[in-house]
Design a binder for this molecule. Sequence first.
Ligand code: AP5
Length: 228
Amino acid sequence: MMDGATTTAAPVLILLGPPGAGKGTQARMLEDKFGLVQLSTGDLLRAAVAAGTEAGLAAKAVMEAGELVSDEIVINILRDRLADADCAKGVILDGFPRTTVQAEALDALLAESGQKINAAISLEVDDAAMVTRISGRYTCGGCGEGYHDEFKQPAKDGVCDKCGGTDMKRRADDNAETVGSRLVAYHAQTAPLIAYYGGKGSLQKVDAMKAIDTIAGDLNEIVQEAVA
Ligand code: AP5
């Protein structure tokens, strides 16, 4: 078992990586396999925007510009969601933390409940490939399952493999221009977290340029050991 791991409290896993690295794709597979809860701050923020909450109204334009929403808003949203009963099973954080302030807030939150981070896993990719991944992405509006025009198509065109839904959606920020801003934000504000978790002994790196199922196999091994 790696340094910083915990065996008594519910597992906490972090997926780090730039837009398009496959955080959501892999988090959903890990959720199914290990019985954990995927917490995507992007999904939580999009839900807040759709609901027209105060946080959602503040976040909308920032997200459309491909910049990071304020630490205060994101930490509050994450704290509220972590308090929900289902999170007692353990969580996979997808897209959080994204700044050092968020990482320190997470450490403090987990300390309050006697939890620690089992593993922070960095999905290592080439930026150049991310525009293709993101511009081909679409998602089932019913269950959130993710697909890709080229790399991950449902068995039956337009029909979700998981829930049978036919309401496929594309995100407003999934265009080449906004992806550029999101990559800049990642390298300036989020990439330093690789060193942050490296210094705590909880970092693992995975080559995320491989095929989706191959990466899933690599992640399964890491997570199996991290939550043992
Ligand atoms: P968020 O929703 O978190 O978006 P993101 O980080 O930009 O990540 P993506 O969802 O675009 O990519 P992913 O890594 O999940 O890739 P996916 O698995 O879908 O955040 C959106 C915005 O919200 C941010 O820009 C910011 O404004 C705000 N925000 C969110 N969290 C915040 C925070 N903590 N602080 C501040 N602001 C925050 O894969 C992409 C596509 O590629 C899919 O179609 C998939 O099928 C395909 N694919 C996946 N893996 C592979 C593979 N190995 N080979 C080929 N294709 C693949």
